[in-house]
Design a protein. Structure first.
Length: 493
């Protein structure tokens, strides 16, 4: 998730594997959130609508397939223009003429073109403060091209694309991508991305996005551009863009199949002498995941960007993790053993998401524990192998007793897979993360280490490139071991 932060290490002075989406500190939150009020949509905004409760039982698939998306970011002084070209087709579950509904918040729409036809507001589409609806899309394949204006420097919500300390950064989990462009911003809509970024070279010498860099060059008026392609289908919450004046360190890792992967960790230049341990932790994580789970890294490059003003702990964006420096920086003269363990665990957690969360993601946000509980368990397993299994287990249990048991015994009690929510951000909890990890641990205990590995192999093989549910995970473990009698209905929640 977007805050893979060992929160209770700070709150309870415990070193844990808890990874929650909470601000790093109230002071930093107040500094970043101060400023102008939220931007208004181009649509007229009436009184704020009452919150709507969403239910897991009401899930329906998105009626259209997004075959690919091409994004062009034109970063200017006062605004950023985002041009999006979606290649779409009607899904098998949708009837002809089904309206196309796209999410979008605080976007100033400049143009909207379906194939070669410019669409007209009112007759062809409707625009609201929550998105746009195209009334009658074609029955076959078609492209939808939109250009919007966004204002990163005025974005104080820390969601979507925002500017802080002169750097541009994104945060899209859970529903921030809709603040960048019009899109079906839900985790079960997975597609491939190609991204071009153009900006002033002096202000933004470093340009990064998901995937492999495929081209770069100079533009007029002291500007430059870079283009990136991510061939692996991903949901919109994993999109990332960084542009800024950063320094970095680099290394390489050779995967088990012999591929050389470029590793780069970026940060403000005054932090460069504190990045070596994070680099070593990343290499250890990559090697361990190959040995323990057979998971090899898939892209040609892996970036970590650590900035002082990233208000969340860390985010597992595909191939471009973004961290707060508190989760990355460590050097012998200032860091404690607990600091080193925290950096090691958080770097590992975000890397392990490449498979448990990115390549296989959750169908809807009710299934959040599928990626977070599983990845917390994986980072606990890694940390116990890297340090002391007994000490690590004691720390994990202390967190359960001091934090999760309290949540279970109070008014905030909820299952690891909730049945309903009003605001998704409220469910990035110690129950979903750490209790979810304990449920995974029970699976491993029931199946044994070998049986659990067989189930994990089948899960990744069966669902690679898909958005799935907790039930799909349980079925893979059961099918791989013929263990339906062990993983029965009592595990449904």
């Amino acid at each position: 998730g977007r805050l893979m932060l060992r929160v209770f290490a700070a709150v309870c002075t415990l070193q844990t594997s808890c990874a929650l989406r909470l601000p790093l500190a109230p002071l930093r939150a107040s500094v970043l959130r101060g400023g102008s009020a939220a931007l208004m949509s181009t649509a007229a905004v009436a009184e704020k609508a009452a919150p709507v409760e969403k239910f897991r039982k009401d899930y329906t698939p998105f009626p259209y397939t997004v075959e690919s998306v091409r994004l062009d970011f034109d970063v200017r002084e006062e605004e950023t223009l985002v041009t999006s070209k979606l290649s779409l087709s009607r899904g098998a579950v949708a009837s002809a003429g089904t309206p196309l509904e796209l999410h979008g918040e605080e976007l100033s729409l400049k143009s909207l073109i379906l194939d070669d036809k410019a669409l007209t507001l009112g007759s062809d589409y409707e625009l609201t403060d929550e998105g746009l609806t195209i009334f009658s899309p074609p029955d076959g394949a078609f492209t939808l091209t939109s250009t919007v204006s966004i204002l990163p420097a005025s974005n104080t919500k820390l969601s979507g694309l925002y500017q802080s300390s002169g750097n541009l950064c994104t945060q899209c989990e859970a529903e921030g991508f809709r603040r960048i462009t019009f899109f079906p911003d839900r985790p079960d809509v997975m597609t491939s991305y190609r991204v071009r970024i153009e900006a002033d070279e002096t202000r933004f010498p470093v340009l990064l996005s998901n995937g492999n860099e495929v081209d770069r060059g100079k533009a007029a008026a002291g500007r430059h551009w870079a283009e990136f392609e991510d061939p692996f289908r991903k949901p919109s919450y994993l999109f990332a863009l960084v542009a800024g004046n950063l320094g970095g360190i680099e290394s390489t890792f050779t995967t088990m199949s012999g591929r050389a992967v470029r590793l780069a960790i970026w940060s403000e230049k005054e932090n460069l002498d504190q990045l070596d341990w994070a680099m070593q932790s990343l290499k250890d994580s990559m090697a361990w995941d190959e040995t323990a789970y057979g998971r090899e890294y898939d892209l040609d490059v892996y970036h970590i960007v650590a900035v002082n003003d990233f208000n969340m702990g860390a985010m597992e964006n595909k191939g471009l993790n973004v961290f707060n420096t508190a989760c990355v920086l460590a050097k012998p003269s200032t860091a404690t053993d607990a600091d080193y363990e925290r950096v090691q665990g958080v770097v590992a957690h975000e890397y392990f998401h490449n498979w448990s969360g990115n390549r296989v993601t959750c169908r809807d946000w009710f299934q959040l524990t599928l990626k977070e509980g599983l990845t917390v368990f994986r980072d606990q397993h890694f940390s116990s192998d890297m340090t002391s299994e007994a000490v690590k287990r004691i720390e994990d249990v202390r967190i359960m007793r001091s934090a999760q048991f309290l949540q279970d015994s109070g008014p905030m009690a909820h299952p690891i897979r909730p049945e309903s929510y009003i605001a998704m951000d409220n469910f990035y909890t110690v129950t979903v993360y750490n209790k979810g990890a304990e449920v995974i641990r029970m699976y491993r205990t029931l199946l044994g280490a070998e049986g659990f590995r067989k189930g994990m192999d089948l899960y990744f093989e069966r669902h690679d490139g898909q958005a799935v549910t907790c039930d799909d995970f349980r079925a893979a473990l059961s099918d791989a071991n013929g263990a339906s009698h062990l993983l029965g209905p009592h595990f449904e929640r």
